[in-house]
Design a protein around this ligand. Structure first.
Ligand SMILES: [Zn+2]
Length: 144
């Protein structure tokens, strides 16, 4: 999976941030010189195109208090845009920007004993989960 910067529409290829046009140019140059090793470039281009197709610009101008603003700026090193983006990412969870990745919704189950909602832990299966309300312990067998 390539690293993609949605803000300027670039993809990280061999430690260089390239636009779709630049990646295309590199592929064309390789083809022209008979170098057929451009599978990595082609993959990066495809991933960039897919990510940009799914990208959305938020048209909002949230007004927050001075204290909230100062707190935000103390948490994130960068401009306002970077701050807001980091806040959103922290809120919704990390996604790579590519479709189908990072869109996992939080899953819940009901406690068998008291019917309380328990968040399903990510990661290893099988695992034990404990109800935060009644402390009943259950065993998660496999991924749902
Ligand atoms: Zn319970």
């Amino acid at each position: 999976m390539s690293e993609i910067n949605l803000d300027d529409g670039t993809v990280l290829v061999e430690s260089q941030w390239l636009t779709a046009g630049e990646v295309k140019q590199q592929i064309e140059e390789k083809m022209a010189s008979g170098d057929m090793k451009f599978a990595g470039l082609a993959k990066a281009l495809e991933e960039l195109n897919m990510a940009m197709e799914g990208a959305r610009t938020l048209e909002v101008q949230p007004v927050i208090t001075k204290a909230q603003y100062e707190k935000l700026r103390s948490l994130v090193d960068g401009d306002d845009r970077a701050c807001v983006k980091a806040a959103i990412t922290a809120f919704i969870g990390k996604g790579s920007g590519a479709p189908g990745v990072g869109r996992q919704k939080k899953a819940f189950i009901r406690c068998a004993k008291c019917r309380a909602r328990i968040e399903l832990p990510q990661g290893e299966r099988p695992t034990e989960i404990r109800c935060p309300v009644c402390n009943a312990v259950g065993r998660l067998k496999s991924r749902t």
